[in-house]
Design a protein around this ligand. Sequence first.
Ligand code: GLV
Ligand code: MN
Ligand code: MN
Length: 417
Amino acid sequence: MNIHINEQNLLNELQTLATFTNVEPAENGTAVTRIVFSPDDLRARAWLKDLATAEGFTIREDAVGNTFIRWPGTDPTLPAVATGSHTDAIPHAGMYDGTVGVLGGLEAIRALKRSGLTPRRSIELVMFTSEEPTRFGIGCLGSRLLSGTLDPERAETLTDIDESTLAQVRTAAGFTGPLASVRLPENHYHAWLELHIEQGPLLEREGIPIGIVTNIAAPASYRFTITGLGGHAGALLMPDRRDALCAAAETILSIERHALATNAIDTVATVGTCDVHPGAVNSVPSRVTLQLDIRDTDPTRRESVMRAVRRDIEDLQSRRKVTITEQLINADIPAQSSPHIVDTLEKICAAESIPYKKMVSRAYHDSLFMARIAPIAMIFIPCRNGVSHRPDEYASPANIVRGTYLLSLALAKLAAE
Ligand code: GLV
Ligand code: MN
Ligand code: MN
């Protein structure tokens, strides 16, 4: 089998996809913002479907907009082998997160087709809806629904910043039908493989071009609403204050302290948003909403951090005379890669003399949820300085091509089983 990855075409496609964005190019890279079901997301979807149609692949879209691009095998009744990722991007992101897995996946399949292979199992490319939590507050919307991890009725009522529900937004985007129909049965796929930039520094630091992911850390997210007392910034006397933002600051520092105290490199906690009401310089904050993202490879340790934070919150509620409520958005379990797919990747790397290391994914991916219905693994490629979720995110052409090449060989092997 002579596999040739068309580097120039793949890079051009990554560049084109990066133009579907509503932010101007940044000075330090290509800033991409592509929020699910925004006009840019819809344009990107249409463009991707055109690429697939041009290759003669079949396309299916489900009720939440997950898109399935299929190259039929000689036995289409067998569970398919699938690959893919996401094309949505958080505000002011880079151009490689998710997109390398979608366009690299497409190129991997095209390269197999060009090589003259006729796969036994169908090979499918999946583009998931809303891997990023930006619009509806919860990540991996499409793969959660697909794997039966998120209740479809709850999903319909998720709202965006304008209080529009998912039901309204997806319908306006042209995705109708019951969300329950998105779920796929457990034996639907024979294997799932996602190509992604590492989003961390280890591969680059160690000079290793490929990471084979053995497990994915478990994310959880919470919303804290802190209610105090507002008032005039000049006239409300300091001893009388119940400043919600000061209480929020203590909450954030408590989270940081307890996450550090586990002394485990795999415990990470981030408060990434802080909405201050009424948000005026001369007004004492009366209400603050914080969103916490906390992850660990060990969910028990993650929960112990949360218990310690809650004890601090009890104390600071009485000390600062504020009310703090906690809302759970999601608390997921970690995923393990399939030993068989990891072994398949290791053997291909050995045969092709590609250095690799086995590693943990600390970022979450749609693979976290695919693991609930299929044997999974992931291929990581290095990204410059480990940077991601920033405009200066960068993966080199050589690494993108190597990852895509490895993906194509693994898809061929798995599709022949
Ligand atoms: C995915 O984007 C993540 O936040 O891990
Ligand atoms: Mn991301
Ligand atoms: Mn991603």
